[in-house]
Design a protein around this ligand. Structure first.
Ligand code: ZN
Length: 435
C-alpha cells in the first residue's frame, strides 16, 4: 500500500515536471508542429539510435531531451534522483546474465496455516457470558475474546481458597508442635502427626492450584488469593487469543452452554497462508533435491486477482504418493499481504526450478509494450531515462530474457516503469497539463 501511494505521489510529480514549459496556448501549437514533424520523418524514437536522439534539437533551440516541453518526443523522461532507489517510486535493476528457471505449473487450494489457526473453546463447561469480538476482527495475543460463567471454575476457586486456608493452619500447627517437642513439653507423636497433616495440606493445596492453572488462570492470579469466600464472578473464565490473528468464524451465542472441545471461534493468523498442491513423481525428486541446496520458490495466482501473484516457498512434500493420481501432496507457504488470499480459493502454483544455462534477463516489470513494440527505460545520465526497444526471449516467473536492444551492465527501471510509460504516452497524445 505504501508503495502504491508513493507511486501516485511520483506520478503527480512527474506530471508537474512535464509542465514546466511554455504557457498553455503556445504549448498546444508547438505540439501540433512537433506531431507534424514526427509524421514527416515517420520515425518513432524506438526506431532511432540513441546518439541521434541525444543530438536532436527541438524548436526551442536546445537539445530536445533537456526541454521540458519536448523531451517526450525523443522518449526521454526526467526523474528527480530522490525518487530512485529501493523502496522509492522507481527501482532500478542492472542487467546481467541470470540462471534460467523452469516454471512447472500445478493446481492447488489455499488453506489456513494449520499451525496458526485454531478453533477455540473454553477449558471448562460454562454459559457464554460476554462476547467481545465478531467475525473479521483482528485480535492480539492474549486478548480476551469471550467469557463463560463456569460452575466448575467457581467450585475450583472455592476449593483452592479452602485448601490454602487449611495449609496455613497446618503449617502453624506443625511449627507450634515442633517448638513444644523441642522444649520437651509435648511428645514426639504429636509433632509427627502435625507434620503429616501439614504435608497432606500441601498436597491438597497443590492439586487445587494446578486445577486452576489448567483452566488457564495465570500463576500470578494465584499468588495472593482472596481470603474471603469467592464472589459471584468467581466462575468467569476468559477465553483468550493464543496468537495475533483474525476472527474467521464464530459459532457462539450469549447464554449458550459451551464445553471444552466445542468449536466456538476460529482465530487464524492469515498473514501467511498454505497452498496445498500436488507434485508428479518426477517433480518430487527435483524438488527434494533442490531443497537440499536452497528454498524452492513458487508463485501462486488465484482467479480473484488476475495479474497478481503471491510469492511462496515449498515447505513440505508428503512422504507418500497418491496411488490413483501418482502425485505427492506438497505445501507451499505463501505471503498474504492485505489478507487477499482466503482459505478455500483455488490457485495455480508455479514452481520455480533451475534449468540448465544462463540468459541476459530483466525483471518482467521492466519490459513494457507500446503498440506491439517492447521497450525498457534505460538510465542514461542523471536525471534522465530513455526508452529503448528490446527483443525478448524466454520468460520465467519474475524475469524475461533480453535477446536484443540492451546489454549487460546497463541499468533499467524495474519497478515503476509503467508510470514513466504513461507519462511518455500522455505527452505523445498531446494531452495538456490540465489533466
Ligand atoms: Zn522544446
Amino acid at each position: 500500500m505504501r508503495t502504491w501511494i508513493g507511486l501516485v505521489g511520483m506520478a503527480v510529480l512527474l506530471v508537474v515536471t512535464g509542465c514546466g514549459g511554455p504557457p498553455e496556448g503556445a504549448n498546444a501549437g508547438e505540439r501540433q508542429t512537433e506531431a507534424k514533424e514526427a509524421e514527416e520523418t515517420g520515425a518513432s524514437d524506438l526506431d532511432r539510435s540513441l546518439d541521434e536522439l541525444v543530438a536532436a534539437r527541438c524548436e526551442h533551440g536546445i537539445p530536445t531531451h533537456t526541454c521540458d516541453a519536448c523531451r517526450y518526443e525523443v522518449g526521454f523522461v526526467k526523474v528527480a534522483p530522490d525518487l530512485v532507489g529501493p523502496g522509492k517510486g522507481l527501482e532500478l535493476a542492472t542487467l546481467a546474465a541470470r540462471p534460467l528457471m523452469d516454471a512447472r505449473e500445478a493446481t492447488g487450494e489455499v488453506v489456513l496455516n494449520d499451525g496458526r489457526a485454531v478453533w477455540l473453546s473454553p477449558r471448562a463447561p460454562g454459559v457464554v457470558h460476554g462476547i467481545r469480538v465478531d467475525i473479521g476482527e483482528k485480535v492480539v495475543a492474549g486478548q480476551v475474546l469471550y467469557e463463560v460463567d463456569s460452575m466448575e471454575l467457581s467450585e475450583a476457586r472455592a476449593t483452592f481458597v479452602t485448601a490454602r486456608a487449611e495449609l496455613e493452619l497446618a503449617r502453624a500447627t506443625f511449627a507450634r508442635e515442633s517448638d513444644l517437642f523441642e522444649r520437651r513439653i509435648c511428645p514426639e507423636k504429636d509433632m509427627l502427626e502435625a507434620r503429616a497433616s501439614f504435608q497432606r495440606a500441601e498436597a491438597t493445596e497443590r492439586a487445587a492450584r494446578e486445577r486452576l492453572l489448567r483452566f488457564g488462570l495465570a500463576e500470578s492470579e494465584l499468588q495472593s488469593p482472596p481470603q474471603r469466600p469467592p464472589g459471584p464472578d468467581s466462575g468467569l473464565l476468559a477465553v483468550r487469543a493464543p496468537f495475533a490473528g483474525t476472527v474467521l468464524e464464530r459459532a457462539l451465542g450469549l447464554g449458550a452452554l459451551v464445553n471444552p472441545g466445542d468449536r466456538t471461534l476460529l482465530v487464524a493468523d492469515t498473514s501467511r497462508m498454505w497452498v496445498q498442491t500436488a507434485l508428479y513423481e518426477r517433480e518430487v525428486a527435483a524438488v527434494l533435491e533442490l531443497q537440499t541446496r536452497q528454498d524452492v520458490r513458487a508463485e501462486v495466482t488465484v482467479p480473484s486477482y488476475p495479474g497478481r501473484s503471491f510469492a511462496g516457498v515449498v515447505e513440505r512434500v508428503a512422504g507418500t504418493m497418491d496411488e490413483s493420481t501418482r502425485t505427492a501432496r506438497a505445501r507451499v507457504v505463501v505471503d498474504n499481504p492485505g489478507n487477499l488470499l482466503r482459505a478455500g480459493m483455488l490457485a495455480r502454483v508455479r514452481l520455480l526450478m533451475p534449468a540448465v544455462g544462463e540468459a541476459l534477463a530483466a525483471p518482467s516489470e521492466a519490459v513494457l509494450d507500446d503498440e506491439g513494440r517492447q521497450f525498457v527505460f534505460v538510465r542514461w545520465q542523471e536525471p534522465y531515462f530513455v526508452r529503448r526497444p528490446v527483443r525478448t526471449g524466454r520468460a520465467w516467473p519474475g524475469w524475461v530474457e533480453i535477446t536484443e536492444g540492451v546489454s549487460a551492465g546497463q541499468e533499467v527501471v524495474a519497478r515503476g516503469a509503467f508510470l514513466l510509460k504513461s507519462d511518455v504516452l500522455r505527452s505523445k497524445m498531446g494531452a495538456g497539463c490540465a489533466d
